[in-house]
Write a protein that binds this ligand. Structure first.
Ligand code: GLV
Ligand code: GLV
Length: 324
């Protein structure tokens, strides 16, 4: 049997590449330090058995149809809203992701944004660099407390819960909104399941951890933003389109909320120009899982999923529902 061929859309950490080589797979790789062009991917995928792709690659029906031999799509991410999973399932193509290994790193980044917003870290850094720090100021750059405040978690999956666990050290009150009750999480953190409306009304920090689905697209729109306290912050490390970005810009300009910390954007990598002009906004370039340790583990897991799938085994992180 000739070796199985896989295409990797962008250079991932060596740990993953080496594992794939060890398994005897023939690898082709986009070596350019930028996303693969769509036409290039359409051409490349024709004779591949497996694809390892990024969250920025749109894997739709046309790409899937071009992959005449394709057996498995391994996403180097936990979120897979960029892949048409129902269509892949119809074509008997497995889809896998890299959950768990990035849970804590992503939760830590949500915390980094909570701190950056509450204590005006980025704005303060700009203040110092611009030479304005001449003397200590009794009322300069005042932020807000985090301890004993209310943290509202939208989406209590693995990442949302990890954010909640880390709040314990700050004696915060925890509210969460989720389709399912998480009794273990409640027992360990004292978190309370509440409606989205109640969460928005009562939280000082609202942090989003839902996947992007038809149900969560624009979950936070003008009406939801109006429910938030004028002193509250919105943190999004999940997926940009969960928030109506123009509505968020209007809410910030009108001071309906105090600020926002974003790692993801509605039309990523484009950023709403209104966000760039505001000082009470912290903007990151989608770094949720971006630690050396975590990205190595993601690369390893993405490789294991491919190897299992191409070896006729069930991959550890198969996401297609009803795949047989
Ligand atoms: C990052 O956003 C991921 O889905 O892994
Ligand atoms: C989402 O929060 C997940 O980790 O699945």
């Amino acid at each position: 049997m000739s070796p199985k061929q896989i295409y990797i859309t962008r250079k991932i950490p060596e740990a993953g590449i080496n594992r794939l080589k060890q398994a005897g797979l023939t690898i082709s790789l986009n070596l350019k330090d930028k996303p693969v062009q769509r036409l290039e991917l359409l051409r490349r995928i024709k004779d591949q058995d497996g694809l390892l792709c990024l969250l920025s690659d749109k894997i739709d029906q046309e790409i899937i149809d071009a992959g005449k031999r394709l057996k498995i799509i391994s996403a180097y991410a936990v979120g897979y809203d960029n892949i048409d999973v129902p269509y892949a399932t119809k074509k008997k193509i497995m889809v896998t992701n890299t959950p768990d290994v990035l849970t804590d790193a992503t939760a830590e980044l949500a915390w980094a944004l909570i701190f950056a917003c509450a204590r005006r870290i980025v704005e303060s850094d700009r203040f110092v660099r611009s030479g304005k720090f001449k003397t200590w100021g009794p009322t300069r750059l005042l932020g807000s407390d985090i301890h004993h405040k209310t943290l509202g978690i939208i989406g209590a999956g693995r990442i949302g819960q990890a954010v909640g666990f880390k709040a314990k050290g700050f004696n915060m009150k925890l509210l969460y909104n989720s389709r399912h009750r998480k009794t273990e999480f409640e027992k360990n953190t004292g978190a309370r399941l509440v409606s989205l409306q109640k969460l928005l009304k009562e939280s000082d920090f609202v942090t989003i951890h839902t996947p992007l689905t038809a149900q969560t697209r624009h979950l936070i729109g003008p009406a939801e933003l109006r429910l938030m306290k004028p002193s509250a912050y919105l943190i999004n490390t999940a997926r940009g389109p969960v928030v109506d970005e123009p509505a968020l810009v209007r809410a910030l300009k009108n001071k309906f909320i105090a600020g926002t910390g974003l790692d993801v954007y509605e039309h990523e990598p484009a950023i709403h120009p209104g966000l760039l002009k505001l000082n009470n906004v912290v903007l990151l370039p989608h770094l949720g899982s971006a630690t050396t340790e975590t990205r190595n583990k993601m690369a390893g897991l993405a490789a294991e999923n491919l190897i299992a799938g191409l070896g006729g085994k069930k991959p550890p992180n198969l996401v297609n529902p009803h795949y047989s």
